[in-house]
Each structure stands twice: as C-alpha cells, then as structure tokens.
Design a protein around this ligand. Structure first.
Ligand code: C2E
Ligand code: CA
Ligand code: CA
Ligand code: CA
Length: 271
C-alpha cells in the first residue's frame, strides 16, 4: 500500500473570477457525479496499537472526475457545503457506510469493526439526522455503536446544536468523536462542556513526535483523554518510530499510511 492515491496535492490558488467560474462548473459536475455515482467511499483502517488489530475504519469520500481526475474531498466538500449538495452527499456516504457494515458482517468479520463518518455543518444542524441514521441501521439490523460520527473542532465552535446531537446520539448508543483535535485557533472549551467518546489527535502533533516538545505534549494529551474517559486516535501515523512512541505513551489507536491508505471495500474484504 506504499503508493500515493493522488489526493494529497495542495489546492491551487486562483483569482476570484476564475475561481467563481470554475466553482460553477465544478458544482454542476458534482451534481452529475452524485447522480452517476462517481463518488466513492473509501475506508482507512484504524489500528488498536497494543494488539495490532484493525478496530475500525474511517469513511473518506473520493470523487473520480472524468477530466480532472481525482478531486480531493478537501476541495469539493467545501464547495458542496456552500451549496445544498452536501445534504445528498452526506446521506449517500451514510447509506454507503451502513451497506459496507453489512458486507463486513456477511464476510464474517468478528467482532464487527466500526466505521466512522465525517459530518458537515449542515448535517449537525439537521434535527432529523440521528433518526435517519437509526432508520438506516435498523433496516439492516446493525447495532448503533458500529457507526461513529466525527465532528471537527471548528464545526463544534460554530454549531450550537452539537450538544443536543451528542446527547441524542448517546441516548441511542451512537458514539461521537472530536476530529482534528489541536488544530486551528482551538481551545479546550469543547472538551470541557461536551461528552465525546473519542478524540482524534491531528496529524501535526504526530509529526512533532520527532521533538522532545512534541512527545511531551502528546503525552499530556494521552493523559487528558484517559482522565476524560475518551479513546484517543492518532491521525497521520506514517512511521514505525511514531507508532512506537505512541505505544509507549499509551495512545490506544493509530490511523495513517503506516497502518493503511484509504481502501476500496473490495480491498478491505481481501485482507
Ligand atoms: P479528515 O477527517 O481529517 O481525514 C483524514 C485525512 O488525512 C484524509 O484526507 C486522509 O486520506 C488523510 N491521511 C490519512 N492518513 C494519512 C497519513 O498518514 N499522512 C497524510 N499526509 N495524510 C493522511 P482526505 O481523504 O483527503 O480527506 C480530507 C478531509 O475531507 C477529511 O479530513 C474530512 O474532513 C473531509 N471529508 C472526507 N470525507 C468526507 C465526508 O464523507 N463528509 C464530510 N463532511 N467530510 C469529508
Ligand atoms: Ca475525520
Ligand atoms: Ca482528522
Ligand atoms: Ca484534517
């Protein structure tokens, strides 16, 4: 799995007018892509470090554009959020995730791994979201604790409904993770007031593990997560050295190229 999947290039900056034109084109393309099912949901494995077991996966959406090639979700999710397209895309991803859980179950994966889906702001603001997810799960006879929801720190700051969403999820047994922890102009406020089940430590902290300062900070975050009874997932783990240090510090889960790239369901089932 050592090769790049083509989604890692930085988005190029463009003059505003060119951007607007490009945006309109991209938007109509995206609308068509959704109809033609050009969007693919990939699964990136999440390893329990002590056992080496794959405990679950994160669902990451991909768009294979007919002319532009692979378009990064970092690009088109933002665009979709500016339009109403994020609503059907979000629903599509959640339904795919539930179907994938069924396939993993049918292949006899025991215990059944979890799959985590990323939520957009629109989804957080939608009071019907949890019930719709429950309907998807019940229709397939899936336990709600196998579907995790990920919300980023910046979304949490902007969406007052997040507390209600977490409470609703917990009342039905669905876990919620705080994504990209430690990035942006963040503070510890969300962790003070909100009861997350999992914290995903941003890759920038894992990169910093080559310095004593980084090791010290990650050590403190491991202790904080434990004190809050939150599972900690290290994101962007690329080297054995990083995993070794995380193991020593007591971080429970690792996600990143070292463990595996985002895979098609077919590739996941082959492992
Ligand atoms: P994220 O939630 O932080 O997802 C992790 C990103 O890090 C993914 O980028 C993944 O491919 C990349 N990654 C994983 N391991 C490594 C590693 O070892 N090294 C490096 N350098 N990168 C690694 P991706 O797939 O391009 O997704 C970008 C962002 O797009 C995601 O960031 C997430 O915020 C958003 N996104 C993806 N799928 C969805 C979706 O279905 N719905 C919503 N709302 N957002 C999504
Ligand atoms: Ca995520
Ligand atoms: Ca993340
Ligand atoms: Ca990120």
């Amino acid at each position: 799995t050592g090769e790049a999947d083509g989604f890692d290039a930085a988005p190029t900056m463009q003059p505003d007018d060119a951007y607007a034109l490009d945006k309109i084109r991209l938007e109509s393309d995206l609308r068509a892509a959704l109809d033609r099912k050009e969007l693919e949901v990939r699964l990136q494995p999440i390893e329990e470090i002590v056992s080496g077991r794959i405990a679950g996966y994160e669902a990451l959406v991909r768009w294979q554009h007919p002319e532009r090639g692979a378009v990064s979700p970092a690009e088109f999710i933002r665009l979709a959020e500016e339009t109403s397209l994020i609503v059907p895309i979000g629903d599509y991803v959640l339904a795919r995730v539930c179907d994938m859980l069924v396939e993993l179950r049918e292949r006899g994966r025991k215990p059944l791994p979890f799959i985590a889906a990323n939520l957009s702001g629109r989804q957080i603001d939608d009071p019907g979201l949890v019930q719709r997810i429950l309907d998807l799960l019940h229709a397939r006879d899936l336990p709600p604790d196998k579907l995790k929801l990920e919300v980023t720190e910046s979304l949490v700051m902007d969406h007052a409904r997040i507390g209600d969403l977490i409470a609703h999820c917990h009342s039905v047994g669905m876990p919620v993770a705080l994504d990209d922890f430690g990035t942006g102009y963040s503070n510890l406020g969300p962790l003070l007031t909100l009861n997350f089940d999992q914290i995903k430590l941003d890759a920038s902290f894992i990169k910093a593990l080559d310095r004593p300062r980084g090791v010290a900070m990650v050590g403190v975050i491991v202790g904080m997560a434990r004190a809050l009874d939150c599972d900690l997932v290290a994101e962007g783990v690329e080297t054995r050295e990083q995993r070794e240090i995380l193991h020593r510090l007591g971080c429970r889960y690792a996600q990143g190229w070292l463990v595996g790239k985002p895979l098609s369901l077919g590739d996941v089932l082959e492992h």
